[in-house]
Design a protein around this ligand. Structure first.
Ligand SMILES: *Cc1c(COP(=O)(O)O)cnc(C)c1O
Length: 407
């Protein structure tokens, strides 16, 4: 018997506020620092530096803005100063994670570069080191690699770093989904020369929006501070010798981030409990949870995902805009499960549709070592409701409903 829909919608991952956020916002209001300058920004930046263990953090309006600044810096480092109107990467290829949110790769295009998509590996659902190695054989001139840690699961950090080092390429790390996740004891957001995190409303902690640029390089951090506040030169008037952006974080947003930071570990613990409850509750089905390297990494468990065994997939058809399936006994598919979850008044989500399958990037190169793992994980996987305010009772109903899909 199908369950009654929940009276209150269960989200994929919604903001969880604690109260301190409001105190810091109020402080900004009462001291009139309703601006992109103020104590909350300084404290949020310090707080992130302390937590992540990096030397410099620059608060920005979004994770995407942080990635844009990181990409622009990488382009200038390799190819020299940006020519206004041409972008820092004009005509150059950049190797990018393929199965990710498009914000990982769009900044490459903002700077007129050409993303080349690197296929996914099955161990962590991140950039495949084998495919990356092959990409350097095909395009030996490439000098910049952008990779993400999908759903809060650290990628194969050492393998990717070794390959990049051998080919003289620099790394931009997209840790938007993985704040608090570690690899060999080090926090994600510290593995690239330039790194980005996000405080978007559905991330593990949020500012309602916002992001930060992280680096060990003081000069780079100073550049980002300057570029993100319209690139004013040191002069008595508005003097500009470089292109500017209005990307700085608001002191009000920073107040929310500052308040949330104290609860990051608590959110991770809640997300971990959700992941483990799904893992145990679904263990009798022909499915697996999104995998991670338990020897070397600790995820932040931002989103719990599952993948259906290939031989337990019913027929599923996806066009560019629609999905359908043919139900079969003992089998299911992401479309069927997502529909069942939606009927419960809960929110699941397909896996990020790989960039090489997106119409906007259909003309870009895609490097795979054979199997197109991204397309396969997209076809068989899905993100489960992972809100840290979800009760075990509610989660059990979701687990039960997934079982019914396989009846
Ligand atoms: C959320 C996200 C971003 C972008 O962050 P915003 O703060 O929303 O701009 C970038 N990359 C990945 C992988 C993300 O999930």
């Amino acid at each position: 018997m199908p369950h009654e829909p929940f009276a209150k919608k269960i989200y994929l991952s919604s903001p969880t506020m604690h109260g301190e956020e409001l105190e810091y916002i109020t402080e900004a209001f009462e001291t009139n620092w309703m601006s992109t300058v103020g104590e909350n920004i300084n404290e949020a930046e310090h707080g992130i530096c302390n937590y992540v263990g990096c030397s410099h953090a620059v608060g920005l309006s979004a994770g995407t803005a942080a990635l844009h600044m990181a990409i622009k810096l990488a382009g200038e480092k390799i190819y020299g100063p940006t020519k206004v109107g041409r972008g820092a990467l004009a005509g150059h290829k950049v190797f990018c994670t393929d199965m990710t949110f498009d914000a990982t790769v769009n900044p490459v295009v903002y700077e007129c570069g050409e993303p080349v998509f690197i296929d996914t590996e099955y161990d962590t659902w991140n950039m495949s080191p084998e495919a990356l190695e092959k990409a350097f054989e095909l395009y030996p001139d490439v000098k910049i690699v952008v990779y993400a840690h999908l759903y809060g699961v650290p990628a194969k950090v050492d393998e990717i770093a070794e390959i990049c080092e051998r080919h003289g390429a620099i790394i931009v790390e997209d840790a938007a989904e993985s704040l608090g996740a570690t690899y060999k004891g080090c926090e994600t957001g510290t593995f690239g020369l330039y790194n980005a995190i996000s405080f978007n409303g559905n991330k593990i902690i949020t500012g309602s929006s916002g992001g930060m640029f992280l680096t060990e390089d003081k000069e780079a951090a100073d550049k980002v501070r300057k570029w993100s506040t319209q690139s004013r030169d040191n002069a008595p008037w508005y003097q500009h010798s470089e292109l500017g952006y209005n990307y700085r974080m608001s002191n009000v947003i920073a107040g929310v981030v500052r308040g949330q930071l104290n609860h990051l570990d608590e959110h991770i613990a809640q997300k971990k409990a959700i992941y483990e409850r799904y893992r145990d509750g679904l263990s009798d089905l022909p499915v697996k949870m999104n995998p991670y390297d338990s020897e070397n990494s600790v995820p932040n468990y931002w989103l719990s995902c599952m993948i259906i065994d290939a031989d337990a997939m019913c027929e599923q058809t996806r066009t560019d805009h629609e999905a359908s399936y043919v139900a079969a006994p003992g089998k299911s598919c992401p479309t069927q499960i997502l529909e069942a979850i939606a009927a419960l008044n809960a929110e699941g989500r397909p896996i990020w549709k790989p960039m090489h399958m997106q119409p906007i990037y259909s003309g870009n190169a895609f490097v795979t070592t054979g199997e197109d793992a991204g397309a396969d994980i997209f076809a068989r996987g899905l993100c489960l409701p992972s809100d840290n305010k979800m009760t075990p009772e509610v989660q059990d109903i979701i687990i039960d409903t997934i079982h019914e899909c396989f009846d």
